[in-house]
Design a binder for this molecule. Structure first.
Ligand code: EPU
Length: 335
């Protein structure tokens, strides 16, 4: 289905009313393949957009938005002791999490309630409460936007990192993900190390998959704004990964600085804390604001523009740089 001069308000979680010249939505992989083969060699400006939970549009988009609508959740079979489950790129992420938890399959429960569609999850390797989606991805199926050829990427080939992958770096803007295969466990080892997860679950009595999901959902709801109620894209910045010696330097000046160890051997700082220390938590400029319960999240109360939100993010970055000498990197993609 191709639309012309379409509003993207429903396609971005900041709720920005920008327009795109064209939007092509695909329910079937073969239709997308046909489209890209047909347009091979043309210099179309494509941008793949699912539910837009991680983008900030600063102006109208002159080109063709590619929107995946492939649905279906399928049990593909067993691999060793695990179960392979595939999901179409257009499946709502939390529908997949709910369905796997209800079927007693472990691996995705800590990622409950993350907004967006399945196809976007490998792109930025979504993560929460001590788990990243890369821990469960078996392979990713995608179509080349350049010539319509299909390629399957193994977990290794996806080059996952903290909120990044090959689809956000070398192959940025080159592929449309159509299906993701997850490797899930019938005897899951639960990840309860983050914050007070374990404590909260003990209060519920048993450490079942369903209870992990319940606690994750209530924790998210207590801190993170619901994009259906108030425009936002989750964490706007990444937590900075720094060296041990920088941490030691900062600790002498800021003894309360929260530090977490990073899997890659570095240390992660809490960007939310840095931003809060600069006095930004809960600050509002027009309709653009820093969320009052989690300073890592920027919100649009209704009528902020993408430029205003971007400007606010620049002011926040400048403050953090001035006070701590640290440059915050955006997690959200600015278009
Ligand atoms: N903190 C503050 N003030 C704030 C926010 C946080 O001081 O306003 C400090 C607290 O000390 C807290 C620490 O920061 O102990 C960590 O905060 P939190 O547990 O809320 O997590 P986060 O590091 O701010 C990350 C992810 C979130 C994910 C949570 C939970 C990134 C960029 N963000 O946030 O992911 O839900 O951990 O695992 O890594 C997202 O990517 O969109 C997202 C929401």
């Amino acid at each position: 289905m191709i639309y012309e001069n379409i509003s993207l308000k429903k396609f971005n979680s900041f709720g920005l009313n920008v327009r795109a010249d064209h939007l092509a939505a695909f329910k079937l992989e073969e239709n997308a393949v046909h489209f890209f083969k047909q347009h091979k060699g043309s210099d179309k400006n494509y941008f793949v957009l699912g539910r837009g939970s991680n983008v900030l549009f600063t102006s109208d988009f002159h080109g063709t938005i590619i929107h995946p609508e492939m649905d279906g959740i399928t049990m593909e079979g067993k691999k060793d002791n695990d179960i392979i489950v595939s999901a179409g790129a257009g499946v709502t992420w939390d529908k997949l999490v709910e369905s796997t938890v209800n079927n007693g399959l472990g691996g995705l429960e800590n990622l409950s309630l993350i907004p967006g569609l399945v196809g976007a999850t490998p792109v930025q390797n979504i993560g929460a409460y001590g788990v990243e989606v890369k821990d469960t991805i078996e392979k990713v199926r995608a179509i080349s936007l350049e010539d319509g050829t299909i390629r399957e990427f193994t977990n290794n080939e996806c080059r996952f990192g903290y909120r990044t992958s090959i689809f956000k770096t070398e192959l940025k803007g080159k592929y449309l993900i159509t299906k993701v295969y997850f490797r899930l466990s019938t005897h899951p080892k639960l990840s309860l190390e983050y914050g007070s997860l374990k404590e909260e679950i003990n209060k519920l009595g048993s450490t079942s998959l369903g209870n992990v999901r319940k606690i994750v959902i209530s924790t998210r709801q207590s801190k993170l704004p619901d994009p259906d109620q108030i425009g936002n894209a989750g964490s706007f910045f990444k937590n900075p990964v720094v060296t041990v010696s920088l941490v030691n330097d900062l600790k002498t000046k800021f003894p309360k600085l929260p530090v977490f160890s990073d899997h890659s051997g570095g240390m992660k700082l809490a960007a939310g804390w840095l931003i809060e220390q600069c006095g930004w938590k809960g600050k509002r400029i027009g309709d653009a604001a820093v969320h009052d319960k989690q300073a890592l999240v920027l919100v649009n109360f209704a009528n902020a523009t993408g430029k205003e939100l971007f400007e606010l993010s620049e002011q926040v970055r400048n403050s953090v740089f001035e006070k701590f000498g640290i440059t915050l990197e955006r997690e959200v993609e600015v278009v």
